[in-house]
Design a protein around this ligand. Sequence first.
Ligand SMILES: NC(=O)C1=CN([C@@H]2O[C@H](COP(=O)(O)OP(=O)(O)OC[C@H]3O[C@@H](n4cnc5c(N)ncnc54)[C@H](O)[C@@H]3O)[C@@H](O)[C@H]2O)C=CC1
Ligand SMILES: O=C(O)[C@@H]1CCC=N1
Length: 283
Amino acid sequence: MQATRIAFIGGGNMATAIIEGVRRNQAGAATHAEPPVVVVADPTAARREALASLYAVETAEDNRSAIIGADVIVLAVKPNQIQSVCAEIQPVLQANQLVVSVAAGIGGTVLQRWLGGHVAVVRAMPNTPAMVGCGATGLYADPALTPTQRSLAESLLRSVGLVVWIDSEADMDAVTALSGSGPAYVFLVMEAIESAARTLGLSAETARLLTLETVYGAARLAMSADESPAQLRARVTSPNGTTERGIAALETADLRGAFLKALTAAHARSQELGRDLAGEASR
Ligand SMILES: NC(=O)C1=CN([C@@H]2O[C@H](COP(=O)(O)OP(=O)(O)OC[C@H]3O[C@@H](n4cnc5c(N)ncnc54)[C@H](O)[C@@H]3O)[C@@H](O)[C@H]2O)C=CC1
Ligand SMILES: O=C(O)[C@@H]1CCC=N1
C-alpha cells in the first residue's frame, strides 16, 4: 500500500509538535506499514531547514507545490493567514484531498467557502503535547464527509494522542479553551509551584525536578485510578495536616474562579477570532 502523503502549510509550533509526534509514533510502531511522507511549506528558510534535518520531511517554499499529490493537507498557519493560504491553494486543490485546519476559531463552513466550495474539510484542535504522543485533539467534520475521510483525519491525530469527535461545531470554542490552550495553563501552574518552592529555600534544580515529577505523577495517577480527582485529592489531605492548609489557601484565593475566568476568556477569544476573520454575516 502506498504511503499517506501529508502536507503541512506552516511549519511552526503546532505543525512541529504533530510532525515530531508522527515520527515518534512511526519509530515505535510494531507494524511494517509504510511511514507517512511529510512535506512542509513555510516561507521561513530556517524553519524548513530545521524541520528537514530533524524529521526527514520534504520542504517547499511554495504552498501550491507542497499540496500536489497530498492525501491530507494540514493548515497550520496563524488564523489571520488562513484565508490567504486557502485562496492560494484553492486553484490546485483536488476534490479527493482532505483539508485539516488546526486554526483556532475559524468555522468549517467558512473554510469550505474560502477553499472554493471544497467539501472535504475537518477542523482539528490539537495541542502541543502531541509532540510526545500525549496530544488531546477535538475533531469536527461536516456530516457530508465520508467515513473514509473522517478516519483519515482521525488516524493522523490519533497517532499523536487522544482524539475526541465533537458533535456540535460551536463546542470547538470550548475545546480550544480547554485542551488547545490548556497546556499553557498547566505550565503556568508549574512555574508558580516551582517559584514558590524556591522562595521556601529549595535549590532551582530540586524545585524543578520535584515540580515536574509531582505534576507528571499526579496526572498519571489520575489517568490510571478509578477515582475522581476530588477523591484522589482527599487521599492526600490528612485532617489538620499540611495539604488541608495549602488547599484552603488556594480556595481562599479562588483558584476555581480563576480557572473559570481563564477558560471563559479563551472561549470568548476563540469566538471573536471566528467572527473577526470570517465576518459576522457569513457565520
Ligand atoms: N501553538 C499551539 O499550542 C496551538 C496552535 N493551534 C493553531 O495552530 C496554528 C499555528 O499556530 P502556531 O504553530 O502556534 O503558530 P506559529 O507562528 O508557530 O507557526 C506558523 C507558521 O506558519 C508560517 N507561515 C506564515 N505565513 C505562511 C504562509 N503564507 N504559508 C505557509 N506558512 C506560513 C510561519 O513562518 C510559521 O512557521 C494557529 O492557527 C493556531 O490557532 C492550535 C492548537 C494549539
Ligand atoms: O493561543 C492560541 O491562539 C492557540 C490556539 C490554541 C492554543 N494556542
